[in-house]
Design a protein around this ligand. Sequence first.
Ligand code: NDP
Ligand code: 8X3
Length: 251
Amino acid sequence: MPKTVLITGATAGFGKAMAQRYANEGWNLILTGRRAERLEELKTGLAPAKVHTLCFDVRDRQACQQAVDSLPAEFKGIDVLVNNAGLALGLEPAQSCDLDDWDAMVDTNIKGLMYMTRAVLPSMVERNKGHIVNLGSVAGTYPYPGGNCYGGTKAYVNHFSKNLLADLLGTKVRVTNIEPGLCETEFSVVRFKGDKKAADKVYEGTQPITPEDIAEIVYWTTTLPPHVNINALEVMPVQQAFSPFAISRDK
Ligand code: NDP
Ligand code: 8X3
């Protein structure tokens, strides 16, 4: 019987690459995001994989629950939930940042992840199997100028993941926090609010991690023998040491 993975934020970056990775292995896919046309494109592109798409904003608590409740019978038994949807907005110091950006990061990276977890977890516990993979970040461990709220949200993801493990002790449900460093996706274009030049500069002269690298790692953590749990996994390009400001660039 094919397994089922639900990936939030599958319309770009890591989520899209993960969708392809799981599809290659014959998994059924539940893919979410806010951009309906991208979800449709994905569904077509991933054929013949069985794909169910859900277009909603993870900041909307009711929409998260409704999305999970609305799943057709063949997609209901979720084996893996990847809480991937997330973003950074801005790189200004705390004293002059835009508070709306902070709200959006907290609502997406923290609250959206909480809502999805809470909606999916009861069925995993009831079936005594399942795996929740959260997308944290090295920013949750290593501070950097302008990381402020983004780093804070990812520190939350780290600690929430470990606390989930504490609650789930005695069940076979697994929890993993993946903590990537510099990866080239739409992440920086979003952070710099559409300024592609500023975004490209982040990756200039260096070889960042690719979305496919992360997809491979996530897939691996979820296909290890069921008695093994990767609690957390930090991954950076060889040309990075901790923060996005500690990057070695080719001359
Ligand atoms: P992308 O910007 O390429 O993709 C982000 C995805 O999240 C998109 O599919 C987007 O879909 C979705 N998303 C964002 N906000 C919402 C929302 N409110 N509701 C639903 N979906 C949403 O970024 P990445 O792939 O790089 O990022 C994925 C995760 O990895 C994030 O949590 C990020 O913080 C984390 N990360 C990224 C790193 C990097 O350097 N790239 C490093 C470390 C961690 P749509 O716009 O269609 O809603
Ligand atoms: C994104 C990685 O180091 O740019 O989570 O904050 S970093």
